[in-house]
Ligand binder design. Structure first.
Ligand code: ATP
Ligand code: MG
Length: 558
């Protein structure tokens, strides 16, 4: 028990206290996305947190679409959000929409007017904002602040009935124009927007503001702990003020804030991600370079890797920047166990084994996953012509170069020792082919006479290999924090011009039947995933991550 307590984060601690004092019998959390874009990895953190609490404390979690702003919301986003949550492996207990509560929210607004706690203001938004002045001095009251309850009621009902133009008036809560907290200076509750809503159609032309709708929606659903990011800390007094106006049960949700996730070499606001999509800097929301959940999915990330990442970074009360290398560490760790090894040549160089019979082909046994014996083995074919990686050969090689060089010997993975005897070049001096001999006694890579061959390289048989498009992805931005811009620059100035490179690779034959979303380790090259658009006659692989692993130390030595 003691041990468990020590490992609780501050939110879990609050919940455990609330359960042990009997304040709550069961907790209910919610994940409240606005359906105005696809979810990103920051949302994944919030999802893992909210649904993780449900799992830890045997509670419930609602998915609630915060669809109070019809100008930016679309059904496509609703569907993608549901898909992403399921893919991460979470199940929500209820699916709600803030728009389900429009009627109730409206009635409560009428009640506030009747209590003298809300009024219709006909000033421009600029004027309203000016009158809030600044936190060090008192605000200026609107000339409409003290109009009669009857007049407010009449105007509000007419607002609802569509009698007034967009922006001509708003409903404001009468809180405190002198509060040092600007959010308390008579916040706007309703605005007029003659816009079609994805669910309520044209029924409403007034829509509630986030600050008003959010807490009341939490209350309606019986949310016990309403977890949000730190920027809402200053909104908390208002959240509570709105709840005090309606609550008669004493059972109010408690807002708790935590630091949002910031990830290096990417941007994470939906507005910016939308801009990248709309202006074709990327190929859609699920482009494998995008920090969206659908982007990571298409790239080949597993749900486990993302959940483990979210667990590891935990929850904090202070904002920081998490290195994307940590996320890469978790996908490598997961795929090292799960992904079968195969051989693929990304930049082919032809090798002719001059002493190997012309018409012979043999099958060599190759292990599928040295980390998982149960993965078994497969056969790879070998013949007189093979391909190796261009950079596994060097004509003028330094001493420490243990791969193939003139006169040198190297081991072919699962195959034989080969020795390079001749380099063939075209008229421009480019190497087009190597002529090698093999040692028939070295089958399986065993040295026949104790002579040492240090290097082992991968290869594919030119007779049976298949061509595939391989997309080598890199970071989308060249700057650690692209939002930290110099004068006259935007984050777009830091886009990486080489964020994707496309190669035609030569793959071992076994990959012919690889299905979309299957993942492999290309030996010595990285982890790859079959793209969703891949077809048997046009295979496409996405590089998930390279094999190089600079995070083991950091993650292991913590
Ligand atoms: P963005 O600012 O990226 O556009 P948002 O906060 O407007 O995102 P919402 O749809 O309102 O997006 O967010 C749904 C939930 O996800 C909220 O509870 C929000 O606090 C949380 N969330 C959003 N971004 C992050 C992040 N980077 N890290 C952790 N939680 C986040
Ligand atoms: Mg938001």
């Amino acid at each position: 028990m003691e041990e468990k307590k020590e490992s609780l984060n501050f939110i879990e601690q609050i919940i455990e206290d609330d359960l042990s004092t009997g304040k709550h019998k069961q907790i209910i959390t919610r994940f409240p996305p606005e359906p105005n874009g696809y979810l990103h990895i920051g949302h994944a953190k919030s999802i893992c947190l909210n649904f993780g609490l449900k799992e830890t404390f045997k509670g419930k979690t609602n998915l609630r679409f915060d669809d109070t702003n019809p100008s930016k919301e679309e059904t496509e986003y609703v569907e993608s959000i549901i898909e992403d949550i399921k893919w991460l492996g979470f199940e929500y207990d209820n699916l709600f929409y803030a728009s389900d509560y429009f009627e109730q929210l409206f009635e409560w607004a009428v009640m506030l007017i009747k209590d003298g706690k809300a009024y219709v203001d006909e000033q421009t938004p600029e004027h309203i904002s000016e009158q809030r002045t600044n936190p060090t001095i008192n605000g200026i009251e609107s000339p409409f602040r003290n109009r009669s309850i009857e007049e407010n009621l009449k105007l509000f009902l007419e607002m609802k009935d569509g009698k007034y133009a967009d922006g001509s008036m708003v409903l404001r809560a009468k809180v405190d124009m002198n509060s040092p907290n600007m959010h308390m200076r008579d916040p706007v509750m309703y605005r007029i927007m003659k816009k079609h809503h994805h669910r309520t159609g044209d029924k409403w032309c007034i829509y509630p503001m986030y600050d008003y709708a959010h807490g009341q929606s939490d209350y309606i659903e019986g949310i016990t702990h309403s977890i949000c990011t730190l920027e809402f800390e200053v909104h908390r007094p208002l959240y509570e003020w709105f709840l005090e106006q309606i609550d008669t049960t004493g059972k109010r949700p408690r807002q708790i804030e935590f630091a949002r996730l910031n990830l290096s070499y990417t941007v994470m606001s939906k507005r910016k991600l939308l801009e990248l999509v709309k202006n074709n800097y990327v190929n859609g929301w699920d482009d494998p370079r995008m920090p969206t959940i659908s982007g990571f999915r298409r790239r080949g990330y597993t749900p486990d890797s993302i959940r483990n990442f979210a667990d590891r970074i935990g929850v904090a009360r202070r904002e920081n920047m998490i290195d994307v290398g940590l996320l890469e560490f978790f996908i490598r760790e997961d795929l090292n166990k799960k992904a079968n090894r195969v051989m693929a040549i990304l930049n082919p160089l032809k090798v002719i084994i001059t002493n190997y019979p012309e018409n012979k082909t043999e099958q060599l046994e190759a292990q599928n996953n040295p980390e998982d014996i149960s993965a078994g083995s497969r056969e790879v074919s070998f013949s007189r012509e093979i391909y190796i990686e261009q950079d596994d050969f060097m004509e003028e090689a330094p001493n420490k170069f243990f791969r193939l060089k003139p006169g040198g010997e190297v081991r072919l993975r699962y195959g034989y020792f080969i020795k390079c005897n001749e380099i063939i070049k075209d008229n421009d001096g480019n190497i087009t082919e190597l002529h090698c001999t093999y040692d028939p006694e070295s089958k399986g890579g065993q040295s026949p006479d104790g002579r040492k061959v240090k290097g082992t390289i991968h290869w594919v048989d030119s007779q049976t290999c298949i061509d595939a498009e391989v997309r080598l992805y890199d970071r989308l931005f060249v700057k650690e924090n692209p939002e930290d811009t110099n004068e006259n620059e935007t984050y777009l100035d830091y886009l990486n011009p080489d964020s994707v490179r496309i190669n035609t690779a030569k793959l071992e034959q076994s990959l012919l039947y690889a299905k979309p979303m299957e993942r492999f380790q290309f030996e010595r090259k990285g982890y790859f995933c079959v793209d969703k658009d891949s077809k048997q006659d046009k295979l496409i692989f996405n590089r998930i991550v390279t094999l190089k692993d600079s995070w083991t130390k950091i993650a292991g030595n913590e």
